[in-house]
Design a protein around this ligand. Structure first.
Ligand SMILES: NC(=O)c1ccc[n+]([C@@H]2O[C@H](COP(=O)([O-])OP(=O)(O)OC[C@H]3O[C@@H](n4cnc5c(N)ncnc54)[C@H](OP(=O)(O)O)[C@@H]3O)[C@@H](O)[C@H]2O)c1
Length: 256
């Protein structure tokens, strides 16, 4: 399907690996110039008509993205797509969590999302076009053991995005969320390895425990999440805003 994203400019955060990287690659393959923010940065890469331009910043530092939207617009002429991806928080039982855990999760899951969405939203309101998508988690809809930090702050981010969607709709700017389920990235591999070490099981047994609750019988590849994100931010999804789309192989059992 032709997505109509070519020649556009996108910002993707937490984009050197996993879902963020797959999304940056997908958008660059569609012909976009993609500013890919991460701590590790990297070298610029060409993708047919598109490109990935690395941007080094640490999202956990307050104000790390100050001036970024203005700089992108100054250099590339517009900002058409923003994909708000974040590093995942610590996995912890509720009653084992410390206040430092809550502050660290706030500083990566909520603060940078709000700071960047405000800057991007103001820019897109002025240019009267654009699409913002938050990469969230199905744990917002169905909290899982150990996922309290993720579910709590992402629920706040989710309410923020819904409010922003309503406010930006009259300006032709769309705001949505994509909620991945289990996806085979470094983060997932680390989670499975630490569960296997803690439970005295094999990694395959831990993977089996996760996959048995997924009706499609496997976890996602990051590229499958990226495909949905690319569709949601593209003109092909032009009547879709204020929505939260689960990409989880059927794992969430709620009907809505
Ligand atoms: N994988 C899953 O099953 C799954 C399911 C649902 C939701 N999610 C959520 O989706 C998001 C992405 O997950 P993932 O599995 O793709 O993670 P991942 O493979 O661990 O990748 C994390 C990315 O975040 C970047 N990053 C980490 N700390 C950063 C910081 N302080 N500032 C800027 N960038 C930073 C990393 O790059 P650098 O290290 O180079 O900075 C990397 O590019 C997470 O929020 C995760 O919780 C994942």
């Amino acid at each position: 399907m032709y997505l109509g994203l070519d020649n556009g400019v996108a910002l993707v955060t937490a984009a050197s690996r996993g879902i963020g990287r797959a999304t940056a690659e997908r958008l660059a393959t569609e012909g976009m110039t993609v500013i890919a923010l991460s701590r590790s940065g990297g070298e610029p890469e060409k993708f047919d008509d598109g490109q990935i331009v690395p941007w080094q910043a640490d999202l956990s530092e307050s104000g790390a993205t100050a001036g970024l939207v203005e700089e992108i617009v100054e250099q590339y002429g517009s900002l058409d797509v923003v994909v708000l991806n974040t590093p995942g928080p610590k996995i912890t039982p509720v009653l084992d969590s410390t206040w430092a855990d809550w502050e660290a999760a706030h500083d990566t899951l909520l603060r940078p999302v709000v700071q960047l969405a405000l800057d991007a939203g103001r820019q897109m309101r002025e240019q009267k076009s654009g699409a913002i998508v938050l990469i969230s988690s199905t744990w917002v809809r169905q909290p899982a053991p150990g996922g309290v930090l993720s579910a709590s702050y992402r629920s706040a981010a989710s309410a923020f995005m819904k409010s922003l969607a309503t406010e930006l709709a009259p300006f032709g700017v769309r705001v949505n969320q994509v909620m991945p389920g289990a996806t085979g990235t470094d983060r997932m591999k680390n989670i499975v390895e630490s569960k296997s070490a803690g439970n005295g099981t094999t990694v395959d047994q831990e993977i089996e425990k996760i996959v048995k609750d997924i009706p499609l019988g496997r976890w996602a590849e990051a590229a499958e999440i990226a495909d949905t994100i690319a569709f949601v931010v593209s003109p092909r999804a032009s009547f879709m805003t204020g929505n939260a789309v689960a990409v989880d192989g059927g794992a969430v059992r709620a009907a809505h």
